[in-house]
Ligand binder design. Structure first.
Ligand code: ADP
Ligand code: MG
Length: 432
C-alpha cells in the first residue's frame, strides 16, 4: 500500500495557564512512501516522529493536510478502518493473558463480514506467530518471555489482522544492545517476507541506516532529506543531516573560499570549482582524511587509537569546531603513525561545504590540488590530457609506495636472515 502525506501539519495548542504557546510538532510534511517499502523516520527526540506516525495511524487528527493510502483519502478515517498494525516502544502486551490470547485479541472484536470463526482465528494466530518465530511460546505469559520475544509477540499481534501498513514507533528502544541488533534483523526479515509497507520510527541513526530502504530525516517537525541510507550519508542535504548521520560523527571546520581554493586554518586544502569567495563550514567524514607526509591539512598530533578493526588518529586543528579531529585511517599499512604533526589530504568525496548562514549544502566540485601546481599551469594540454597525466602521477606514487613497502620487507627479511645466521653461529660456537 502506497502512503502519501500532503502538507501534513499538526499544531498542539498551548496547555495550561502558564504555557500558552502552541507547539508545531509536524510542519507541512509532504512525502510518498512507495508500496512495499520500509521507510525509517529518523530524527532527534521531539522532532515530531511519533506525531507523524500517529497521524498516519489515525490516532491523531492532523491540523491540516491530507493522508492517502493508495488512491484513498483516509484523513478522516478512524484507526480501525485504515488497516494499520502498530507496535510501540513498550510492548504493551496484556500481562494476564497468554501470548496466544494476546495475539488473538485484535481478531475477537471483528464485526460483520470480517468476523472469524475460532478455527480461522487459530490459523491466523499461528501464521503470525510463525512469521515472527515464536510459535513455541504461545502458551506462555508475557513475563516468561525475553524483551526481544515480547516485542516479536507485539509485532505478531500487529500482523494478525493482515494490515496493509505496519507502523513501528521506536520498537527496539527498550531492548539491550545485543537484542536490539538481533530484533532489528528480525524486523527486516519479517518486512521483506510479508512485503508490507512499513514506517519505522527511531532516533538511532545506526538503526535507521541498517534497516531502511529509505530514510526520512526530520528536524523540528520538518523533513530535511529523503533518500536511501547510503545516499543520505554520502550526499547530505545540509549540516544537520551530515552531523546526525555517521559514527564517529563528521568533523566540522571553519573554512574560507578564496580564489577558488578552500582554506582551513589558512592551509589550502582543496580546489572548489566556481564559487564566490566566502566563509563556509567544512565537514569531513572521519574516513575522508588521507594521511600523507606532505598532506595539505597539518594538524597537531594527539594520539593514535586502535579499536577493533579501525585505527584512528586523534589530532587538533585550530579551525575545528571540536577539540578533537577524529580520522579513521584507510591506508594504515603504508604509513608510519606520525609523532607531532598529522598531515592529511582530504578526500573530496568525503568533504562537504555548508553555508554559515543556514547550514544548507553548498554544492560545488571539490578537487585535490596537484602537488606541483607550477607544472600543471605550464602544461599546455587539454583538460582530459591533464587528467590523464595526473592519473599517471597517482599511479606512479602508488607504485612508489608499494616499492618502498617491498624494500622495507626485503630489509626486514635480510635482517632476520642475518639474525638467524648469527644465532646459528653462536650455537656452533657453544658446541665448538
Ligand atoms: N499531546 C501533545 N500535546 C502537546 N504537545 C505535544 C503532544 N505530543 C507531542 N507534543 C510535542 O510535539 C513535539 C513532537 O513530539 P513527538 O512527535 O512526540 O516527537 P518524537 O516522537 O520525534 O520524539 C514535541 O515538542 C512534543 O513536546
Ligand atoms: Mg516519539
Amino acid at each position: 500500500m502506497r502512503i502519501e502525506l500532503e502538507h501534513l501539519t499538526k499544531i498542539f495548542p498551548g496547555r495550561g495557564r502558564r504555557n500558552r504557546s502552541e507547539v508545531t510538532a509536524v510542519s507541512d510534511v509532504t512525502l510518498t512512501i512507495p508500496d512495499g517499502m520500509l521507510v525509517g523516520l529518523l530524527g532527534p527526540s521531539g522532532c515530531g516522529k511519533s506525531t507523524a506516525l500517529n497521524m498516519i495511524s489515525g490516532l491523531l487528527a492532523p491540523t491540516s493536510g491530507k493522508i492517502y493510502f493508495g488512491d484513498k483519502n483516509v484523513t478522516d478515517l478512524p484507526p480501525e478502518d485504515r488497516g494499520v498494525g502498530m507496535v510501540f516502544q513498550n510492548y504493551a502486551l496484556y500481562p494476564h493473558m497468554t501470548i496466544e490470547q494476546n495475539i488473538r485479541f485484535p481478531l475477537e472484536n471483528l464485526k460483520g463480514d470480517q468476523k472469524l470463526t475460532a478455527q480461522q482465528m487459530k490459523e491466523r494466530v499461528e501464521e503470525a506467530a510463525r512469521t515472527v518465530d515464536i510459535l513455541n511460546l504461545l502458551e506462555r505469559k508475557p513475563s516468561e518471555l525475553s524483551g526481544g520475544q515480547q516485542q516479536r509477540a507485539a509485532i505478531a499481534r500487529a500482523l494478525v489482522k493482515l494490515p496493509k501498513v505496519l507502523l513501528l514507533d521506536e520498537p527496539l528502544s527498550n531492548l539491550d544492545a545485543r537484542l536490539r541488533l538481533q530484533t532489528r534483523e528480525e524486523i527486516r526479515r519479517i518486512q521483506q517476507q510479508t512485503g508490507i509497507t512499513t514506517v519505522f520510527v527511531t532516533h538511532d541513526q545506526d538503526e535507521a541506516m541498517s534497516i531502511s530502504d529509505r530514510i526520512v530525516v526530520m528536524k523540528e517537525g520538518t523533513i530535511q532529506q529523503t533518500e536511501t541510507p547510503q545516499k543520505v550519508y554520502d550526499d547530505p542535504a545540509n549540516q544537520f543531516v551530515a552531523q546526525f548521520l555517521g559514527t564517529p560523527p563528521i568533523n566540522l571546520f571553519k573554512g574560507q573560499v578564496r580564489d577558488r581554493i578552500l582554506y582551513i586554518a589558512e592551509q589550502p586544502v582543496l580546489h572548489t570549482g566556481e564559487l564566490p569567495d566566502q566563509e563556509v563550514v567544512v565537514g569531513v567524514r572521519p574516513e575522508g582524511f588521507v594521511l600523507r607526509e606532505d598532506g595539505a591539512m597539518k594538524n597537531e598530533m594527539i594520539r593514535e587509537e586502535v579499536s577493533g578493526r579501525d585505527t584512528s588518529i586523534l589530532s587538533r586543528n585550530p579551525a575545528a569546531f571540536s577539540p578533537i579531529v577524529r580520522s579513521i585511517l584507510s591506508n594504515k599499512e603504508e604509513l608510519l603513525i606520525p609523532e607531532t604533526v598529522a598531515a592529511f589530504d582530504l578526500n573530496p568525496r568525503k568533504t562537504f561545504l555548508f553555508s554559515t548562514e543556514d547550514g544548507n549544502r553548498i554544492r560545488t566540485e571539490l578537487t585535490v590540488p596537484s602537488k606541483e601546481e607550477d607544472r600543471e599551469d605550464r602544461h599546455e594540454g587539454s583538460k582530459d590530457e591533464r587528467k590523464e597525466v595526473r592519473k599517471e602521477e597517482r599511479k606512479a606514487e602508488r607504485e612508489f609506495a608499494l616499492a618502498q613497502e617491498d624494500i622495507k620487507k626485503a630489509r626486514e627479511h635480510t635482517r632476520e636472515a642475518i639474525r638467524a645466521e648469527e644465532k646459528a653461529e653462536e650455537g656452533q660456537g657453544d658446541q665448538g
